[in-house]
Design a protein around this ligand. Sequence first.
Ligand SMILES: [Zn+2]
Length: 491
Amino acid sequence: MTASTSRRSALRLGGAAVAAAVAVPVLGSPASARSHGSDPAPGSDGVGDPLFPTLGNGGYQVVHYDLTFDFTPVIYDFTAVVKINAKATQDLSAFNLDTDGHAIDAVTVGGRTADWALSAGKSGQELTVTPGRPLHRGQAFTVEIRYHGNGKAPRLGLTGWKFGTDGGFASAAQSSRADTILPCNDTPSDKATWTFHISAPQGFVATANGELLHRSPRADGSTVWHFALRERMATELIGIAVVKGTYLYGTSHRGLPLRHIVPQGQEDKYGPIVARTADHLAWLEAKFGRYPFSVYGLHIYDGYTDALENQTLSLFSTNWFKLNANGRPGYETTMVHELTHQWFGDSVTPDNWQQAWLNEGPAVYYAGLHGEERGWSVFADKMKATYEKLDAIRAADGPPGLPKALGGTNIYDGGALVLYALSRQIGQRTFDKVMREWVKRFKDSTYTSEEFIAHTVEVTGDPSLDAFLRDWLFGALNPPMPGHPDWKAAA
Ligand SMILES: [Zn+2]
């Protein structure tokens, strides 16, 4: 996403937000069955993310999510079913899913009714599922959860629902709010493939990540839209919506299918804007190689106030698309930012949120280079200004590689500054190779900063880059900028 709003969500996840939240009643039968036999134990209620300790759950990995979502615009009620294919990574007597603000109607494991219980977590709720029989390590299993609720119902933390003037909604779940859309394993470390079946009444369209497979009409005049995302996706990047929108189709210069959703009646305004995507794709593919997914597009919606890189379908506020005071289409910088994320963040995903500098750093870096090539700005000027203020930001918010929260300049412009320093140290050609090989090597996978350091040393054959990157990423102060010995921290 862009820098303006993610900090707020990180701060809201603190204790005050939870303490002030409305209590959600616990429904269903208590988790009572306990195991016997091999020594199965409950999976943990978090995967130990340094910034969000109870995000995600231990003891299993999701393989596939299948989400059926039946939403009624204007009144915001919904009923839903999520079917999860997963694999146990330990002997499990019980396991958790992250959820927030849903009424759970029924839970089955392997087709059999399972016990379940809801409890308050740090950034939402924990749904503890106790199957009738323990699961064995390595065992594939299915979980089906029927649930319902209202999009505007109170939640323990922030919501991933964004409401437009049309009575519809779009999901914007980064970093930890996919659990307000569906019960899930809400950690970027557990990526899965997805299918969606989203219903929309007459006059509305449905969207989701991935390819639109087909639409099935229903007797009441509504339509179910079926989508499939073949590449794995982290929950934080879910992009479903039911809106009064128009699909606009196109192709990239090499033939990649493009589909955009713009507000109904504003096709003439937004058509030429979304068509710029083809040039942006060609520019980035020349740097990184092929775009990693089978479709891309923008969803432009007045219910959102920022821009967010939902996988294959970036979500943009209508507010972005105005010309700058100097008459330039500055919004193209944001379009390139979110498109860069399709490689850095979506295809290659942080294992935990403390690695987010390598999502946001490349997005800022390449959007800045793109603006410079267009003659809109000088990227080195932006980097010099960042250098001058980053020492103070390191002290307050943590260095780029060890942020205390998400959303700060340390991981955005600071992350770009780390990459800029590396490019000055090893030269642009070698730097380009490091980045190109990185998105190839970690495609459809997750990474840590340590893996980026090791990768850089390996690609360059230069062991001194280990200490170089550690100083830039984790140090209390900026190291000297290669090629710019005159750059200094602001007094
Ligand atoms: Zn971003």
